[in-house]
Design a protein around this ligand. Structure first.
Ligand code: ATR
Length: 273
């Protein structure tokens, strides 16, 4: 496997077809967003979504000659590592691919989730110095969140996951502290990286009722999770995954088309419809 810098990624001049793969995929707003930007920027292309099963991912990546770019969502961000012929440094360090560039016979894996998460916090003037971050979950997105937090200067990161050994594995790789699931540690920012909240009735079963004036971030962008609703009612600052989603998409678009599409009110509203 070759590790490359993103600036060396070769661009295919005839890019036309893009899509997002995942399972489930019905809820994905990526097609709406990318097609809007393609249209606004007068690029002759089309972006669709594709439901896949784990066994079909490799075959799909290798067989689709006329696809130029693919976004990868849950649960395949790790799976696709096995089929990429090259990885960018970020995809390699996070072991997570959400953006693929298909060029000639190459399947190049990149990661724009790190940028997405980092930029969403930069927008809010978040400074990481002397801050403690508390991460809930140990799934595919956590490494990207950790790298972004490190980039923002956060040195103290505590991770807690229902299945402790998954948290321990990440802690070893990224120098984190593990806390037992159910225990609430002191923190400045807590980030829900679990899948709990995707269904409106989902509850993490953690008691944050005593916590005030902190930042609660949920990677999930829709609907507003119970985690955030409860945090807001206890006078905490809340951030949902909307801006992270928009920024990761913006970066993917830029990688594929060489144009940084605009994020404005109209674009943000696309996600609210
Ligand atoms: P992915 O890697 O695709 O992001 P994942 O590996 O299924 O998704 O991660 C989902 C995360 O949500 C995990 O941290 C998972 O905890 P486990 O490792 O213990 O499975 C967490 N999660 C899912 N359902 C949960 C629940 N009911 N309570 C607590 N955590 C849960």
């Amino acid at each position: 496997m070759q590790i490359i810098g993103i600036l060396n990624v070769p661009r295919n001049k005839n890019m036309k077809k893009y899509l997002v793969i995942g399972n489930p995929i019905e809820h994905s707003l990526s097609p709406k967003l990318h097609n809007y930007w393609l249209n606004k920027n007068k690029i002759d292309g089309n972006y669709e979504k594709k439901l896949l099963t784990e066994e079909k991912v490799g075959e799909f990546l290798r067989s689709n000659q006329n696809i130029s770019g693919i976004n990868v969502t849950v649960p395949f961000k790790k799976t696709v590592l096995n089929y990429c012929t090259e990885l960018t440094e970020l995809a390699s360090s996070s072991q997570s691919v959400n953006t693929i560039i298909l060029s000639n016979d190459k399947i190049i894996g990149d990661n724009t989730d790190v940028y997405g998460f980092e930029q969403s916090l930069k927008d809010l003037n978040f400074h990481g110095l002397n801050k403690t971050a508390f991460i809930l979950g140990a799934g595919g997105v956590v490494a990207s969140v950790v790298i972004a937090l490190n980039n923002l200067g956060v040195k103290n990161i505590v991770i807690s996951n229902r299945t402790k050994n998954k948290a321990e594995a990440l802690a070893k790789d990224y120098n984190l502290v593990v806390s037992d699931w159910g225990k609430i540690v002191d923190f400045d920012i807590v980030i829900n990286c679990t899948s709990i909240g995707l269904n409106q009735d989902d509850s993490l079963g953690l008691d944050f009722s005593e916590v005030k004036d902190k930042i609660f971030y949920d990677i999930i962008y829709k609907p507003k999770t119970k985690f955030l609703i409860d945090a807001e009612s206890s006078d905490n600052q809340i951030i949902d995954g909307k801006m992270m989603f928009l920024y990761q998409a913006q970066k993917s678009f830029e990688i594929w088309h060489g144009i940084k599409p605009e994020i404005n009110k109209e674009v943000i509203n696309l996600l609210n419809d």
